[in-house]
Design a protein around this ligand. Structure first.
Ligand code: OAD
Length: 227
């Protein structure tokens, strides 16, 4: 299954593409979520990420996240691939989560390319690596950057070898994540979409369940229990 920002919407974490309240409402993504933006203005990019980190730290997992924890206990094999960088699936209790776009709460050293702790002292006023003193950046995937290799392989393998593929709370607009449902379908899986609205892939799914993930997923679980 693949989850997107919609599953965390009910936890108060804004989605990306909502015209009024979405994270991109006031900014162009390429002004903030690209390597070029960071090189050009790391202060501004860090300001935006610190604000988002605060939102994420304050947020709590919701009924949708919890339903997926329970679902994993009901089915023999479940791979949860998420585009979300908020870590709410893990906080709800999901294990083995494939973080396709990284995690906003981790820092990565720009020089070493590895997850690091920040230095307690900063010379530049920006967060610096505790090991080498270089700048750190959020450990997330920006536009134009590749998906972490391990996540890419795990997600491809799961999509190509599943009976049912759930696409939950994602606009299915950003590739390669958006291609996973198609991959699953081509491999013979039943594709089910759970979303408050129609998306790019709605016309190609077997079943579209309309409604908030925090309501639809617990209901789905109830139905499974009664069978
Ligand atoms: P989007 O903001 O593109 O889409 C969120 C989807 O969630 C929309 O289709 C909404 O209709 C739906 N939605 C909103 N509230 C919901 C709810 N309560 N229950 C169910 N669905 C709901 O977010 P993503 O698809 O996650 O990438 O965006 C994909 C990627 O685009 C992100 O990971 C990010 C962004 O660019 C990177 O940062 C690399």
């Amino acid at each position: 299954m693949l989850t997107g920002a919609g599953i965390s919407a009910e936890s108060g974490v804004p989605t990306f593409r909502d015209a009024q309240t979405g994270l991109w409402a006031q900014f162009r993504p390429e002004d903030l979520a690209t390597p070029e933006a960071f090189l050009g203005n790391p202060q501004r990019v860090w300001q935006w990420y610190e604000w988002r980190r605060e939102l994420v730290r304050k947020a709590e997992p919701n009924a949708g996240h919890r339903a997926l924890v329970a679902l994993a206990q009901r089915v023999p094999r479940l791979t949860l691939v998420t585009q979300n960088v908020d870590g709410l699936h893990q906080r709800a209790g999901s294990t083995g989560v494939v973080e396709y776009h990284g995690n906003i709460l981790r820092d990565r050293c720009v020089a070493e390319g590895i997850v690091v702790d920040r230095s307690p002292l900063s010379i530049t006023g920006l967060p610096e690596c505790g090991r080498c003193g270089e700048l750190v950046r959020p450990d997330v995937v920006w536009f134009g950057e590749p998906i972490p290799r391990a996540a890419l392989l795990q997600a491809d393998a799961a999509a190509g070898d599943c009976d049912v593929f759930l696409s939950i709370g994602t606009s299915a607009a950003v590739y390669p994540a958006a291609g996973l449902a198609e991959q699953a379908r081509n491999a013979g899986a039943t594709v089910i979409e759970i979303n408050t609205e129609a998306t790019e892939i709605t016309s190609r799914v077997d079943l579209a369940l309309r409604g908030p993930a925090g309501e639809v997923l617990p209901r789905l679980l109830e139905l499974l229990h009664s069978h």
